[in-house]
Design a protein around this ligand. Sequence first.
Ligand code: ADP
Ligand code: MG
Length: 351
Amino acid sequence: MVELLGEAGLPDATRRAKQYPHEFSGGMRQRALIAIGLAARPKLLIADEPTPALDVTVQQQILTHLDHLTAELGVVESGPAMEILLNPPHPYTQRLVASAPSLASQRMRSSLIRTQVKVEAVETAQEVARETILEDALPGEMLKKSLPDNVIVVENLTKVFKIRGGAPGSSSSFKAVDNVSFALKRGTTTAIVGESGSGKSTVAQMVPRLLPPTEGSVFFDGHDISQYRGRELLALRRRMQPIFQNPYGSLDPMYSIYRTIEEPLRTHKVGNKKSRDKKVRQLLDKVSLSATAMRRFPNELPGGQRQRVAIARALALDPEVVICDEAVSALDVLVQAQVLTLLNDLQAELV
Ligand code: ADP
Ligand code: MG
């Protein structure tokens, strides 16, 4: 079993095998699934988008590994990857490759004409990355004082988890986040980039205090939120909303789409029934879903539409900050492009 986990690209498999799914990052869970798929050395492996939730280095590792296995077991492959990336014959593949966010595929296709939107998106991302790097170079105190329009300042955030040991009652600790500092300027996007398991989701959960940090502080609008309790925390959550990685797991299957989007408004006692109804319709329109979607349930909608619902819900309270934890990685690349464009437009519109 440890060997299979190693094969699927999970480092430190011996220790990891003792853990539970909720203690794994999204990418690590996917690798556990791949290990299950490979366990009995099947003659035919049906892979339904097994890697989009993983970061590119792990994607490559797994695809290479599957490639080796198919070669070993003598299965015939069709279509060299370069050929398909550079010169896709089918129109769907053409659009697919054009929307692929991976930098490797971008570079390979650099000779191809890219759509204007795509180029702009890449340039914006690069600008944002440059800004962030500059700000990161400043020490934590200066970050806060020199830039008053910082809506969030994170200082020396650290998280240590306990990992269950072999013997009952024994455990070891694991540093998932090590001394992270950054600032988020109002009206801009800050991206945290790192390999699967490097602690991105843990940071995303500590910033809105869904998870308490072991060390370090988070400032929202200049206030240290580490001492916030009850009412203060509720007020904070109203101003800072998350969109999670997996739209299949983050929506309540028993709630209609209407109730899903209305819930934050009700929790925070915003408006009356009539005004909330109006707001839900506006939100659906904003994320390009028809009003008829209101009466449906999450399981009746494909992933892309579910993630739009999650976005509508996150925007219901007009938050000042939206935290997206790989909000599009579970979606296919065409829908990814749509959702990212939508978030970009909304940012420009709502600032
Ligand atoms: P990322 O989002 O960058 O892929 P995560 O923040 O999800 O990574 O996880 C970072 C590390 O912390 C991983 O090694 C993961 O196994 C570990 N981890 C996350 N949550 C827990 C938990 N509740 N208990 C123990 N370890 C955890
Ligand atoms: Mg993650």
